[in-house]
Write a protein that binds this ligand. Structure first.
Ligand code: ADP
Ligand code: MG
Length: 797
């Protein structure tokens, strides 16, 4: 059945080599009770460990059922120990944190026996050793004899062929020893029992055969077998510990060290808490910023006006200015005054807001926009009077446009929301005009001149402005027909008549407004603005007027002057000139219909159509703005330089500033919090290492029961996995609770509510991170545990 053939084994410690076994040859029968006697240090334990596959021989062979073990791999030895051998140790070697049934079941657990069979067999084995009534106890609650009985039950439970007992009664009193010997003798009826003892009386009394050892050699054998029957078909069932078993083992171990585990988990959760809080804060601030951004963006439209400063990327404005400024020196001593045109270095581009372009804008994806607002202009006939004489007001000089309405979908009034009222009241009637001044309360001289103020004065009182009246004269009163042609209705006297006639509509400046200080966007430039309904009213009237109807019939000749229209390259020169004038703040280009060079221009000059003067597109958010701008750029890509539409993107600067700042801050903070993660990584490594040291005996027992190296690694990985999950969950829980006071504090400081919000995805990620890092920290100690020599492990205290 089992043969030792010329087995030798020696241990080398340092330069000293101790021979433990010296050419030992022994044969064993299938069933017999062999006692090995010998003085201490004679090699008995070493022999037993070699028989049990716990220790490896240096030379010779161990033959099991006729099969040599020379070619055995680690896994074969593991399986051999698990299937064929049951160990009984002097110091019982029970795993103290497992119940006695779990202890007895362990060998079967390792070979994957199902739970109910395992349990039945364990209970049977415990009954057999007389512990029926103690099944639910833990090893610590038993006497020495009872513990040894548990160890015997454990050795028997997996029904091995060989039971190896190393001084099983060494720690027991005489009476208990005899009971244990009886038990072992009983077992030996159908198994091979090899028992080491230094008690010759016990050996004599119970064993069938006594082998004497001395100095690593067999010196006597009372009953060696004559011949051996061998059974060649020897099969071993490989063992493997399931992950669940590993978890259960570690879980039970951890539960015996609750405080240590709790403190470890808490300490290593601190990094997780830090990161979770930082993430939840940056989460919240991100949300706040993006809601602020979308709020701010409604004040930052992309604006298309009739004129725009051309931004030429190959020649940016800054560079131009620098170049221009070089002509003059600061604080010069020269006795000269230099003529200077401040607009000379700004390249102005005229945006031709053609119908085609307006249609193009109309086709924009409306999901990108919060709204669109237009301001437009209508040429009206306006008179002012100093009480005696009335004169026409040159509306081209006035920057005379409608004030935009608020973008659709937003509430409130454009003027009330984006402008401060400086004097008077906001327009209430359609005939109320409003004066828009710039942030310095400035007003272009030419506008003041056109309105009849003394533009040379240092200042103009608000009181002089508010309440000032003008008269709107409809076309049919303004022009008279003679022989199919039209002319201005009469002379200066007639203008006064017109001014005072009942048909004249009184327009009144109701108030003065200025853009709000922190509302960075107000699309109106300084000038006089009027309501859309006034524009509608005039257009409607103009379209019914005789002069407009006559002009509509006539597409070759200007009905006012009789001049033939001339156009250059399809571009309406007068329109262009007009646009330039507006942009320059009223360099008095005329809106006189007499100057119109096309039918279209003439109709516009007669107030029959409105022309857009500026369009403001309000994007939904930054992403939408990018798409919007891309859409506008697409037009420019497909058109010539003249037809290009230059827009003003006020948000661009803000965008580049605010995006990324939050990300940067978050990264830095996380880097700091990660330091505590590294610290906990090291700590977990140390704790696991301590645990490995503490559980060395357990490692030895598990190996003796057939656990593979892998299984040992698994047990410790399971332990770190549990600690990692605990610390991750604890960290997330604490971080979640901390967001409550953090939000209260932030609310009181910044008035922002619910800033800190823990994203569930982040929470999950952090638990995974915690498990991963903890397992990483425990990995090396776990590997170290697996490498432990089972013999050394079992010898350890
Ligand atoms: P016994 O069980 O008969 O008392 P052992 O088999 O334990 O003796 O030991 C035999 C000899 O081998 C002893 O001299 C012991 O010191 C030595 N020995 C046993 N195990 C080791 C080991 N792991 N390292 C070094 N020497 C060892
Ligand atoms: Mg010994």
């Amino acid at each position: 059945m089992l043969q030792l053939k010329n087995i030798s084994k020696s241990y080398t410690t340092g330069s000293f080599t101790q021979t433990a076994l010296n050419d030992v040859s022994l044969d064993f029968r299938k069933n017999e009770f062999v006692a090995i006697l010998g003085p201490s240090g004679s090699g008995k334990t070493t022999c037993l460990n070699i028989i049990g596959g716990l220790d490896q021989y240096d030379s010779g062979d161990l033959v099991i059922n006729g099969a040599s073990t020379k070619a055995f791999k680690d896994s074969d030895w593991d399986a051999y120990r698990n299937n064929s051998v049951g160990f009984i140790f002097q110091s019982y070697n029970l795993i103290s944190h497992l119940s006695i049934t779990d202890n007895v079941e362990m060998g079967m657990t390792l070979s994957g026996v199902s739970a109910d069979i395992k349990h039945r067999k364990a209970v049977e084995a415990l009954e057999k050793v007389g512990l029926k009534d103690h099944i639910h106890k833990k090893p610590g609650q038993l006497s020495g004899g009872q513990m040894q009985r548990v160890a015997i039950a454990r050795a028997l439970a997996n029904d091995p062929d060989i039971i190896l007992a190393d001084e099983p009664t060494g720690a027991l009193d005489t009476v208990t020893s005899e009971q244990i010997m009886e038990l072992i003798k009983e077992i030996a009826k159908d198994k091979l029992v090899v028992m080491v003892t230094h008690n010759p009386e016990l050996a004599e009394a119970y064993a069938d055969r006594i082998v004497q050892f001395r100095d690593g050699k067999v010196i006597s054998d009372t009953n060696p077998p004559a011949d051996l029957k061998t059974n060649a078909n020897y099969q071993l069932k490989k063992t493997a510990m399931s992950y669940f078993t590993a978890l259960k083992l570690s879980g039970k171990n951890i539960s015996t060290k609750k405080w240590r585990t709790a403190l470890t988990a808490f300490a290593s959760s601190i990094g997780i808490i830090g990161i979770a809080l930082i993430l939840s804060l940056s989460n919240g601030f991100d949300k706040q910023i993006s809601s602020y951004e979308s709020g701010a963006l409604s004040n930052f439209p992309v604006t298309i006006s009739e004129t725009a400063a051309q931004i030429d990327m190959s020649n940016p404005p800054g560079a131009q200015m620098e170049e221009a400024d070089k002509k003059w020196t600061e604080f010069t001593d020269a006795a000269e005054v230099y003529p200077y045109d401040p607009t000379a270095n700004t390249v102005l581009h005229t945006n031709e807001l053609s119908q085609e372009y307006l249609d193009y804008l109309d086709k924009i994806d409306h999901a990108l926009l919060d709204g669109v607002s237009y301001s437009r202009k209508v040429n009206m006939n306006i008179l002012r009077s100093d009480g005696e004489t009335a004169v026409p007001v040159d509306t081209a000089s006035l920057n005379f446009t409608t004030y935009p309405d608020k973008p659709a979908g937003t509430e409130g009034s454009y003027l009330a929301d984006y402008y401060d009222l400086l004097a008077g009241s906001l327009p209430e009637q359609p005939t109320d005009l409003v004066m828009v001044v710039d942030e310095y309360n400035r007003m272009n001289q030419s506008i003041l001149e056109a309105l009849g103020f003394d533009y040379n004065a240092a200042n103009v009182s608000f009181d002089d402005v508010v309440g000032r009246e003008f008269k709107l004269i409809y076309n049919d009163d303004y022009y008279t027909e003679a022989d199919g042609m039209f002319k201005l209705n009469g002379n200066a006297a007639n203008l006064s008549e017109m001014y005072n006639s009942a048909n004249a509509v009184t327009l009144k400046i109701s108030g003065i407004i200025r853009k709000q200080q922190d509302s960075p966007m107000s699309t109106m430039s300084a000038g006089i603005a009027y309501s859309d309904s006034l524009a509608e009213q005039f257009i409607k009237n103009a379209q019914g007027s005789a002069i407009v109807q006559a002009q509509e019939q006539q597409d070759q000749v200007n009905v006012l002057t009789g001049k033939v229209f001339s156009q250059i390259g399809g571009v309406d020169m007068s329109g262009m000139q007009m646009g330039m004038g507006m942009g320059m703040g009223g360099s008095s280009a005329s809106t006189d219909p007499g100057n119109a060079n096309s039918q279209e221009a003439a109709l516009a000059a007669l107030g029959a159509v409105a022309t857009p003067s500026s369009i403001s597109l309000y994007p939904k958010d930054f992403g939408a703005k990018e798409n919007l701008v891309a859409y506008l750029d697409k037009w420019n890509d497909n058109h010539s330089k003249e037809e290009m539409i230059v827009y003003t993107d006020l948000a661009a600067m803000v965008t580049s500033l605010s995006s990324g700042i939050m990300d940067g801050i978050t990264m830095v903070l996380i880097a700091f919090a990660s330091i505590s993660l590294v610290v906990s990584l090291i700590m977990i490594g140390i704790i696991t290492y301590i645990s490995v040291l503490e559980r060395t005996k357990e490692i030895g027992v598990l190996r003796a029961l057939g656990a593979r190296k892998k299984d040992i690694t698994r047990v410790f990985n399971a332990e770190t996995c549990i600690i990692g999950s605990l610390s991750g969950l604890l960290g997330i829980g604490i971080a979640y609770l901390l967001t409550i006071p953090v939000n209260i504090i932030l609310k009181s400081i910044t008035d922002l509510s619910n800033v800190a919000q823990l994203n569930p995805l982040h929470a999950f990620g952090l638990v995974v991170l915690s498990v991963g890092l903890t397992m990483l920290g425990g990995f090396i100690p776990a590997k170290f545990a697996a490498k432990k020599d089972p013999v050394v492990a079992l010898r350890s205290e």
